[in-house]
Design a protein around this ligand. Sequence first.
Ligand SMILES: Nc1ncnc2c1ncn2[C@@H]1O[C@H](COP(=O)(O)OP(=O)(O)OP(=O)(O)O)[C@@H](O)[C@H]1O
Ligand SMILES: [Mg+2]
Length: 244
Amino acid sequence: MKALLEVRNATRSFAGLVAVDSVSFTLAPGEILGLIGPNGAGKTTLISLISGTQAPSAGEILFQGESINHMPAFRRARLGIGRTFQIMRPFPGLSVLDNVAVGALFGRGGGQPKLAVAREHARECLEFVGLGKIIEKRADELGGPDRKRLELAKALAMQPQVLLCDEVMAGLNHAEIDEVIDVIRKVRDRGISILVTEHVIKAIKSLSDRLLVLHHGEKIAEGTPDAVLADPVVIEAYLGKKRA
Ligand SMILES: Nc1ncnc2c1ncn2[C@@H]1O[C@H](COP(=O)(O)OP(=O)(O)OP(=O)(O)O)[C@@H](O)[C@H]1O
Ligand SMILES: [Mg+2]
């Protein structure tokens, strides 16, 4: 199947440290690709290169076959590339509803110009992620798990074609993780392609069609979850460390 997103030799250095080192992969329409690797492996940086919040030092990002390298983040969002942030930054003084309405106002195709319609769409997104009952709360009143859900709702309100999820399950308990897995599956059932980073291996294994593993910025494995998680190189780089 033709790739919706293609990353070609993406590289990003920070003053001598190569955070992402010539990484290439594709994301197919409707696919869930899991991105794993130890702390500092380069996962968040790779997501930032795709969403446009950071510029690559080398390499190319293509969306529907066209290079988007020189496109700022807001234009990539209009094209349909949505993301969540590992470090959540809701507008603290705005209601949960209005935080998500902002996503609807600036999303795919230029967003929804009417605030009332944006709020209605935001309400649907909040129902979808399980926050339908607390839409009037201020964002800074939410606890960690609900902030994660809010992060997802904000990205979904932008009506992305590609959703980049950066640790949306971190800090959640088992039941909450299962709920988020369910939400992400439902997002995919709507035809959205998803790149998801996660440290909870059980969760990412059950969710992903394929896994890609980063270690010190380099791609060290890619394939089906079973094959990747049985790969000795991956076990040593990632799981081995976790078990030690
Ligand atoms: N803005 C920056 N300036 C300098 N170094 C950075 C910057 N952003 C990331 N790094 C470094 O790049 C490397 C990759 O970081 P990144 O946040 O992408 O890793 P990660 O895989 O997302 O880690 P985690 O699992 O902890 O979220 C790390 O060594 C990090 O310290
Ligand atoms: Mg990260």
